[in-house]
Design a binder for this molecule. Structure first.
Ligand code: FES
Length: 82
C-alpha cells in the first residue's frame, strides 16, 4: 500500500504519493503550468534533473524551488501559475 501525504496546491489540498518529487506529484494531479515566463506563457518541467529551471514553483512562501529536486512532504504548500 502506497503511503500518502497531503500537499496544498494553490489553496486546494491534494493527497499524493509519498517519496516522489514535487514535480511528479504536481503532474500526477494535473498541474502542468508550474510558472509563467515574462510573456505570460505557461512553463513546466523539461529536464527532470535540475538543470533547466522550468519547474520552479513557490513552496511554503519560498520562490524558485525546483520541483523536480524537491521531495514531497506532508503539509507542503505550493503556488504555481496554473
Ligand atoms: S525540470 Fe528541469 S530543473 Fe526541474
Amino acid at each position: 500500500m502506497t503511503p500518502y501525504v497531503t500537499i496544498t496546491v494553490n489553496g486546494v489540498p491534494h493527497p499524493v504519493a509519498a517519496d516522489i518529487t514535487l514535480a511528479a506529484a504536481l503532474l500526477n494531479i494535473g498541474v502542468t503550468a508550474f510558472r509563467r515566463d515574462l510573456d505570460g506563457l505557461a512553463r513546466g518541467p523539461v529536464c527532470g534533473m535540475g538543470t533547466c529551471f522550468e519547474c520552479r514553483v513557490v513552496v511554503d512562501g519560498i520562490a524558485n524551488v525546483r520541483a523536480c529536486l524537491a521531495p514531497v512532504r506532508d503539509g507542503m504548500s505550493i503556488e504555481s501559475s496554473a
